[in-house]
Design a protein around this ligand. Structure first.
Ligand code: GLA
Length: 746
């Protein structure tokens, strides 16, 4: 593996065992994109891939030449207005009003390892031998702005990380109004575009459409990556499925406004662009200053979508997530939110924790409502001291009582927000994002603190760090419950207002960085009204995220299935809640709620005392099961088997196989029962062909002994035993039923 530069052909070839990425310095000294895909020989000259055809209505770069036009050349990091008419990767507004730039190659560096990005989350290496990095320097001589394109290719992962850095080495201030992390021109458009869209409580639903000429895009202008669209998209060939065919993944390691787009031109060239959304982005670059874009991850598979997702999973789990908890088994938690909402006191909480402890729960999490005057969602945010009416012994006292039970203690916070009824707002009304002279909009009665200002971040840091220092807190749920509006900071001059969205995100990262550094053993779980900030940027600081406020098992199958295209099981907070479900009023069996939540960072979100004794026994068994298999479920290889996004979506199945292929756990569900239904088979994946596995359902029911190849090709018989005429048979299936099968190699 490595990166080579062929001086004669001026080609860079980045490659590992499976993929190749080829760039050429073009005749005009700009960069051409020659190839990205399955590995091809590295000693070949691929210059013939710069196709030039003389076409009418084209503008040309060189005087007297009617061949070289950027409109027809696939490029690496294109600009607009010098013969290319597609959407560019960058745009710089200069003192004279012009936005034209010409970035020409001036040199490059190749080295082992991967650099850190200033103040930004990014994938990393633990040893320089894991990856190689290429930095290509380009300069626009008129402005003096230097552009560095960064590429890292991993040795054993089919991933290339890309970003760009701008350095103003000129004499005049300019404005960066577009600075994408990645631009990739592909020679054709025969792809399906896969995006993960939704809203509160129905996050990351898969949407697929075939690429067409024109622009198709998703993005966020909410200041957070958002539940509306995830900063993750895939392209697959039309015939590609989970097991076969070519596909690519694009993920932005960022938690704010983003754009992910594919522009197909009239010659069917596809330009994929990903980065900070240019709308409302305007970064003032004074002489001597630099700007680093977030990182975009580009992954490739020639063996279907499961492989592509697995590449993303292991990268995010092992080389984006960090710290003490990265590889540790995650504690089974109980969260009091759906159990009490705002109605609790210390004794009630301890009682919930006690019952949970008896069932085997390891961590008690105190959710919203513990601080200041917070007894509803109308007040208190901004003042991070315990409400001593409810918690007479403060967080310190409560956390000690919980630890005395033999459990760990966790705390909910929403540090980026303030309610007007709060001491913080009274003292600093100008600390919220707002435009002077205009009203500020609220979301859930709360206002967004101006995290672009260091003194604001300092204040919140000092308040929360004090509690963490004096109490026994092992876990933090970091919430964020509204989108940004009136994103303007009174601390910055007019020409820098286009920076505030990004500076806000940098402020959030700064606070995360300070807290995770000072409290390395605290497990952080990010949350944003459920999954409104479920992104790789957050995973760098918090190895798990609350996947959705929707805890209904059927909805969760769709949400977790959609999330699994990009993100690992270990990152998805998944809890069992009470029925009827609070979001939907639906009744699902406790077993199904468990079977689905096992495939995540598992926990409960109810008062276990409200269950029947028999249900509590079931809970004990669930927890015992999870403790036994959580290492496998989080560390194994995950396969999607049956999609809730296909057809009627009635059958859903997935499985996890251990690295040594000796163990596996399969979950399958039939959402609505079928009367007199068809026969069903489920083909498994990832098993050892000639090994015999013993299959047991967790209730002890045996599915016999079967070869890996048999389970993959013949499949598992999953027809319902009785979906017929005779009512009330004990073995008759019901709606919302799921099955969990453990495979053990003989
Ligand atoms: C958000 C979170 C919930 C809960 C509430 C508390 O909605 O997603 O899990 O913490 O806030 O206000």
């Amino acid at each position: 593996m490595g990166i080579v530069y062929h001086e004669a052909s001026k080609e860079f070839h980045l490659f590992n065992g499976h993929v190749s990425y080829i760039i050429q310095v073009l005749r005009n000294n700009q960069l051409g994109q020659l190839y990205f895909g399955k590995r091809v020989p590295e000693d070949q000259d691929y210059g013939y891939l710069v196709e030039m055809i003389q076409r009418p209505m084209t503008s040309y770069v060189f005087e007297g030449d009617r061949m070289f036009s950027l409109e027809h050349i696939r490029q690496e990091y294109p600009s607009y207005g010098t013969t290319d008419y597609r959407e560019p990767a960058l745009e710089i507004l200069q003192a004279n009003g012009s936005r034209i730039t010409n970035f020409e190659y001036t040199g490059h560096k190749i080295y082992a390892g991967k650099p850190k990005l200033d103040n930004l989350p990014a994938a990393y290496v633990e040893d320089p031998s894991e990856a190689d990095t290429l930095e290509i320097d380009l300069t626009d001589t008129v402005t003096g702005v230097k552009l560095v394109l960064l590429y890292t290719i991993y040795r054993d992962r089919d991933v290339i990380a890309r970003s760009a850095r701008f350095v103003n080495e000129g004499a005049e201030t300019c404005h960066l109004t577009r600075a994408m992390s990645l631009s990739l021109d592909l020679p054709d458009c025969d792809y399906d575009w896969m995006q993960f869209s939704g809203s509160w409580s129905r996050e990351r639903q898969l949407k697929v459409r075939h690429l067409e000429q024109g622009i198709q895009s998703v993005g966020s202008l909410r200041g957070i990556s958002s539940a509306t669209h995830n900063p993750f998209v895939m392209l697959k060939r039309p015939h590609t499925d989970e097991e076969n065919g070519e596909a690519m993944a694009f993920m932005l390691v960022y938690s704010g406004n983003f754009l992910a787009q594919a522009e197909v031109d009239t010659y069917n060239v596809t330009r994929v662009t990903m980065g900070i959304h240019p709308h409302n982005f305007d970064w003032c670059l004074h002489p001597g200053e630099s700007f680093q874009t977030p990182e975009a991850l580009l992954a490739y598979s020639s063996t279907g979508l499961n492989t592509l997702s697995q590449t993303m999973h292991s990268l995010l789990r092992q080389r984006v997530a960090r710290g003490y908890w990265r590889d540790k088994e995650r504690p089974v938690l109980i969260n009091n939110w759906e159990a009490t909402y705002f109605d609790f006191d210390e004794d009630k909480l301890v009682q919930i924790a006690k019952t949970a402890k008896e069932c085997g729960v390891e961590l008690f999490v105190l959710d919203d409502g513990w601080f200041s005057t917070r007894e509803s969602d109308r007040s208190g945010l901004g003042d991070w001291q315990a409400n001593t009416k409810r918690l007479p012994n403060g967080i310190k006292g409560l956390s000690e009582r919980i630890e005395a039970l033999g459990m760990k203690f966790g705390l909910w916070v929403e540090l980026e927000m303030v309610n007007k009824p709060s001491d913080l707002y009274k003292k600093h009304p100008d600390w919220i994002l707002h435009v002077p002279g205009r009203k500020a909009s609220h979301g859930r009665y709360q206002y967004v603190l101006d995290f672009s200002r260091k003194e604001v971040v300092d204040n919140i840091h000092d308040q929360i760090a004090k509690i963490l220092r004096e109490s026994k807190v092992s876990y933090i749920k970091w919430d964020m419950n509204r989108s940004l509006t009136e994103c303007y900071s009174v601390a910055f001059p007019p020409e820098q207002q286009g920076e505030i969205f990004h500076r806000y995100v940098l402020g959030v990262y700064d606070l995360y960085n300070r807290l995770t550094t000072e409290f390395p053993q605290i497990l952080f779980e990010s949350c944003s009204s459920g999954g409104s900030r479920f992104d790789a940027g957050m995973l760098y600081f918090a190895p798990q995220a609350w996947t959705s406020d929707d805890t209904d098992a059927v909805e969760r199958m769709r949400i977790q299935y959609g999330t699994s295209y990009g993100y690992p099981v270990s990152s998805m907070g998944a809890h069992i809640s009470i029925t009827p479900n609070h979001q939907l009023n639906r009744n699902t069996p406790l077993k199904t709620r468990g079977d689905v939540a096992f495939f995540g960072a598992f926990g409960y979100e109810l008062d276990l005392a409200k269950l029947t004794p028999a249900e509590r026994e079931e809970v004990k068994a669930q927890i015992a099961f999870y403790k036994k298999y959580r290492g496998l479920i989080h560390g194994g290889t995950y396969y999607r088997l049956q999609s809730p996004f296909e057809g009627r979506g009635n059958n859903v199945a997935w499985m996890v196989v251990s690295e040594d292929k000796k163990q596996a756990v399969v979950m399958y569900a039939r959402i609505l029962n079928e009367v007199n239904g068809p026969y069903h088979r489920l083909q498994l994946q990832g098993l050892a062909e000639n090994v015999r596995y013993r299959l047991t359902e967790e209730n002890g029911k045996s599915f016999g002994l079967h070869y890996g190849s048999e389970l993959e090709n013949v499949g598992l018989v999953t027809s319902d035993a009785a979906a017929g005429e005779v009512p009330d048979r004990a073995d008759m299936a019901r709606d919302f039923e799921s099955h969990l099968i453990v495979l053990e190699a003989e």
